[in-house]
Write a protein that binds this ligand. Structure first.
Ligand code: PGA
Length: 242
């Protein structure tokens, strides 16, 4: 699967131009999902345009509320996301863990609230540069993966995004990605006592120059693309040729 994470970028015009250009350039294949995650304020416009162009791409939200016990100011509930046509939600992105101080119990609530509404969580994990240097990557990932319950497995996609690779132009080496994806897949099998393999996508400075090498690995089940997804022709090429 190929996921476009627009982060806090865009405008009505840019969304219209992007969807128009993608609809002219992309060749959607049933077995390869394409997911567009615009800022939440543009979800409605995006789904209208996707429908109008009969474009087979799915919609994902960058936000989902974890506390559903009260009508929180600023909250976007899973029901609203379903109403807007969302099928996926990015949960646990390092930027939200850092800037919104998201903790494990909020992340569990988000994952469960999403699954309850049939929204597939794209659960992001990854180590920072300090943890990479001091050799604690696996401990960090294990802690982030420990909140996964076996009941989530058929709904969940894990996105491995090393924090040092996000938006830096410095993607992880394929050997690093392979070793880490293998570790994630095995660890999830162990903690949830299953033989089933969970899809693990890679994110962090994926672009037109490196997507082929990264996606050629059998252990990489998709790409989560930030900055490089803003350019519609490049994004379509990455989708078509990966
Ligand atoms: P990037 O972002 O491709 O710009 O590094 C990826 C992400 O944060 O999802």
């Amino acid at each position: 699967m190929i996921i476009a994470n627009w982060k806090m970028n865009g405008s009505k015009d840019l969304i219209k131009d992007w969807i128009t250009s993608v609809s002219e350039n992309i060749k959607i294949q049933d077995e390869k999902e394409c997911v567009f995650c615009p800022p939440v304020g543009y979800l409605n416009l995006s789904i209208e345009l996707i429908k109008e162009k009969e474009l087979g791409i799915k919609l994902g939200s960058q936000l989902i509320e974890s506390n559903l016990s009260q009508p929180l100011t600023g909250g976007v509930s899973p029901e609203m996301l379903v109403d807007l046509g969302c099928e996926y939600a990015i949960i646990g992105h390092s930027e939200q863990r850092t800037y919104y101080n998201e903790n494990d119990s909020q992340l569990i609530n988000k994952i469960e609230a999403a699954i309850e509404e049939n929204i597939k969580p794209i659960y992001c994990i990854g180590e920072n540069s300090e943890q990479k240097k001091n050799g604690t990557k696996q401990e960090v990932l294990m802690k982030q993966l420990d909140l996964i319950k076996s009941s989530y497995l058929s709904h969940l996609v894990v996105a491995y995004e090393p924090i040092w690779a996000i938006g830096t132009g410095e993607n992880a080496e394929v050997s690093h990605i392979n070793e880490t994806h293998a570790f994630i897949k095995e660890y999830i099998k162990t903690i949830s006592n299953t033989a089933n393999e969970i899809p693990v996508v890679y994110g962090g400075s994926v672009n037109l120059n490196n997507y082929k090498e990264i996606y050629s690995s059998e252990l990489v089940n998709g790409l989560l693309i930030g900055g490089a997804s803003l350019e519609p022709i490049n994004f379509s090429i990455i989708y078509n040729q990966s």
